[in-house]
Write a protein that binds this ligand. Structure first.
Ligand SMILES: Nc1ncnc2c1ncn2[C@@H]1O[C@H](COP(=O)(O)OP(=O)(O)OP(=O)(O)O)[C@@H](O)[C@H]1O
Length: 247
């Protein structure tokens, strides 16, 4: 099977000379559930931004869904992003909009500008039913009309995941999605991701700080240390955080 994500000899040097990634290579197959681990400053966010095309490598190649990201026009990149969903630590919701409208934003990119304008006024019965169903799947069935700003952090992250589900992506890229929530909510969120991966076959690539969660929820770990990939393998064989925690 062809890889869905391929990173070949990728290095990233920022304008101030910081070498954030050094000759990193790996490939991910469709349906994998991968955790990226590493201490603060090891290059996780840089790698996340390279995978979503918001940053280009200084050298090397990043291909997602068979396309070299450096060769895409803005329009082609926008099109490719309709097949990828991004989940961030800070949820990226529109606070003044209802939960229903925030979830509907998952459709942006795959609907016409007219539909976007119309949906900001009202949602059709069918759209509301779809949104209701995805909200139910993340345990927020009764929050349709509530403003996003009135929810707790964990609830906002669940809305962000519901938005992701509605977008029906092939890949979910999540950057520290549990960084701002308590332990109970972290388990709840990672279980939702696990189910999406197992039941819908969505490829999941998740930046995580916490080793315990990565060991529990990921099938494969990529561990970064000072910009280098020092481990790529199953959680069972992971030698432990001692190797990178003080990096
Ligand atoms: N825009 C930038 N300009 C210059 N240096 C940067 C920039 N972004 C990140 N860096 C540096 O690149 C290195 C990797 O940073 P990155 O944010 O990728 O690490 P991280 O593993 O995500 O860290 P954290 O877990 O703290 O978010 C760090 O030394 C950081 O200071």
């Amino acid at each position: 099977m062809k890889p869905i994500i391929q990173v070949e000899n990728v290095s990233k040097v920022y304008g101030n000379g910081t070498k954030a990634l050094k000759e990193v290579s790996f490939s991910i197959k469709a349906g994998e559930r991968v955790g990226i681990l590493g201490a603060s400053g090891s290059g996780k966010t840089t790698l996340f931004r390279l995978l979503n095309g918001s940053l280009l490598p200084t050298s090397g190649r990043v291909s997602v869904l068979g396309q070299d990201l450096a060769e895409l026009s803005h329009r082609q990149l926008r099109q490719l992003r309709t097949r990828i969903s991004l989940v961030y630590q800070n949820y990226n919701l529109i606070p003044g909009l209802s939960v229903a409208h925030n979830v509907y934003m998952g459709r942006l990119g795959s609907i016409s500008p007219w539909q976007v304008m119309r949906s900001l006024g009202w949602l059709t019965v069918r759209e509301r039913e779809e949104i209701q169903a995805v909200l139910a799947s993340v345990g927020l069935a009764n929050k349709l009309e509530v403003k996003a700003s009135e929810l707790s952090g964990g609830q906002q992250q669940r809305v962000a995941i519901a938005r992701t589900i509605l977008a029906r992506p092939e890949i979910i890229l999540a950057d520290e999605p549990i960084a701002s929530v308590d332990v109970h909510t972290a388990h709840l969120l990672l279980n939702i991701f696990k189910e999406l991966n197992e039941k819908q076959g969505i490829t999941l690539v998740c930046n995580l700080h916490q080793v315990d969660f990565a060991l529990t929820y990921c099938q494969r770990l990529l561990v970064l240390q000072k910009g280098q990939l020092i481990y790529d393998g199953p959680p069972e064989a992971f030698p432990g955080p001692g190797r990178w925690a003080d990096a």
